[in-house]
Design a protein around this ligand. Structure first.
Ligand SMILES: Nc1nc2c(ncn2[C@@H]2O[C@H](COP(=O)(O)OP(=O)(O)O)[C@@H](O)[C@H]2O)c(=O)[nH]1
Ligand SMILES: [Mg+2]
Length: 215
């Protein structure tokens, strides 16, 4: 089999995995409430409104599994989703939401941070960044924390449909350059659109391989 055929086959396996049953497990508001850490897990982090919930919905091909909302304060929990009884995906609380009170914001950030630091079965965190904006000052804190905790993370650009392909290529390059010296960052920056499905099959495959799930 040629390399391309092998890759096509792997993408197909990932498509099948993400079409398997998926369910909402729970929303945890403290680390004490987290479900058992037996299954491999990936988590999605990023600013409020960056497209975390939409990306999870796009991955599993469902519109309403993760609640995508224009009201960012409503997703203040760590939301756990179980795929194929084999792995968890976790929708983390968004950071950098100015409208909630300072203490509320802090509390949720701490929860997300405590989770990211101390979860033994977390295989990788996906840090979502809006394609139109690229990395911002506010994104440094989570990257610093992940580097310090030596938690593997990869940047996923979202809403790629909102900019031209040439601009997207520039943002990918600038982002890859910006993270070069970050020890826990995956060197490859992925680009996705939950709206068009661009990049979704490739991300499915990444997650499947990261969690070492087989069909
Ligand atoms: N055009 C476009 N809009 C998106 C995309 N992903 C999310 N959105 C929109 O961005 C807003 C925030 O998305 P959401 O998933 O709730 O973000 P979250 O707060 O990070 O969970 C919603 O209005 C989504 O419809 C995308 O890939 N393309
Ligand atoms: Mg959300």
């Amino acid at each position: 089999m040629s390399e391309e055929e092998q890759y096509a086959e792997a993408l197909e396996a990932a498509r099948v995995l993400f079409a398997r049953p998926v369910s909402f497990v729970m929303g945890a508001v403290s680390v004490a409430q987290l479900p058992p850490d037996e299954l491999p897990e990936v988590a999605f982090a990023g600013r409020s409104n960056v497209g975390k919930s939409s990306l999870i919905n796009a991955l599993v091909g469902q519109k309403y599994l993760a609640r995508a909302s224009n009201e960012p304060g409503r997703t203040r929990e760590l939301n756990f989703f179980l795929l194929n009884d084999a792995m968890h995906m976790v929708d983390l609380p968004g950071y950098g939401w100015a409208r909630a009170s300072k203490t509320t914001v802090k509390k949720f950030q701490n929860l997300g941070r405590d989770y990211l630091r101390g979860r033994p079965n977390l295989k990788r965190a996906y840090l979502l960044i809006d394609s139109r904006h690229g990395l911002k000052e506010v994104d440094n804190e989570p990257m610093d924390a992940l580097d310090k905790a030596a938690v593997s993370y990869q940047i996923v650009l979202t809403k790629a449909d909102k900019i031209k392909p040439a601009e997207l290529a520039k943002v990918i390059e600038a982002t890859q350059n910006a993270i070069k010296k970050r020890p826990a960052a995956h060197p490859v920056v992925l680009a996705t659109s939950s709206e068009t499905g661009f990049g979704i099959p490739e991300l499915r495959l990444e997650i499947m391989q990261t969690c070492e799930v087989s069909l």
